[in-house]
Write a protein that binds this ligand. Sequence first.
Ligand code: HEM
Length: 411
Amino acid sequence: MGKYQSNVFKTSLITYPMIMFCGPAENKFLFSNENKLVVAWWPGTAKRMFPHSLLFVTGDKGHQIRRLLMKFMKQDDLNQYVGIMDAIARRNMQSNWEGKGKVRAFQLIKDYNFRLSCRIMLGTEDPDKMMKIGSGFKVLFKGILGLPLNFPGTAFHRAMRAVEAIKRELKCIIEERRAASLEKMQETDLLSGLLLTADDEGDSMAEEEAFENLMLYLFAAHESSTTTTAMVMKYLAEMPHIYDEVLREQRDIAMSKERPDQLLELEDIKKMKYTWNVVNEALRLRPPIQGSPKVAITDFNYAGYHIPKGSKLLWSPLATHLDPALFPEPEKFDPSRFDGKGPAPYTFTPFGGGPRMCPGKEFARLQILVFLHNVVKRFRWEMLSLTETIVVKPTPVPSEGLPLRLQPHQS
Ligand code: HEM
């Protein structure tokens, strides 16, 4: 077992009893890969920040929120998003990658994901607004991992203030949109849509709920996808034969375009089969989410243990992904595992499974593949640091920000 996996497993051993001890299923505990508890999504911390977020709302209300959010992941919308993502990726390449011999890739990937999330979900690319929302997220992220002690000087207090500041920015964007055109709002972006669109029962989302769920979306859309893209870039640097296959696929797609300025479409994404297999293999070995607390809804037996109904459980995608009975030679990076029908159902679970499975899976697929298309067709790269490790805080991130030396292609 590799050091990374062994550390994640050891921390899971701590997680399990703590979840059982601490109660409510929504409490999430997150750990570093140093065998020590360094951060905890303490009981109630996140819930106090976002009481109306989908993560904490169950039952009919939870389903209603989920349905409203899912409306923005329809096929037609996804098609439109690909072009927007490609345009943003091209600009990101021109301003941050081209002409630079060396880059710290992690932050640049994050900038791309944050910008496109703001554009698609909020309908803005205004640098001032993005800067304010982005810095709010940084403070929020630090506070969500600590104790919920709400008095001046604590990380939680700063995070609560950041939440309010982000909400103020969102309100400001909504008001501007309302002033511009109420009719147009419905079509333009997720925020307007959430506030205006009623679900099948005719309920629209209250303003506070819409803001909190939108923050959850913004957060998810740039954190997990950034981590995954960075891991793929790391694996591609380490395995040139896999990089070559990805390059061949992406070049074919680029050359099938009549003009170089023609943007990618959903049909192009469907052709990225090998690249998607590579992303899946990276998700298998480095799933961004280490687990998610659940409650057993019935009695069952597992591995010789009786699990009574009502038990608090933590499922771990990594433990399943490294089971040699499901994935032979589990530590080997092998994208061909995803050829054909791929792994058996519920054995590959980076996005979870069942009714609360990640609703952003398709969005993430587009974000990641569009970015990889743009970076692979422009550059080869090698890793500059020999000491860099992957730390889990709480998603796996390269400890030094993934410093790379870029080699532009000749043509
Ligand atoms: C590589 C990228 C991503 C990965 C690996 C990922 C993974 C996950 C996982 C494991 C869960 C928990 C599922 C469960 O508890 O059963 C989840 C939930 C969620 N994800 Fe993602 N996610 C990714 C990207 C996204 C994106 C791009 C969005 C939004 C556009 C998003 C929105 C959400 C939301 C709203 C939930 C909560 C769903 C619920 O509670 O019903 N995720 N994600």
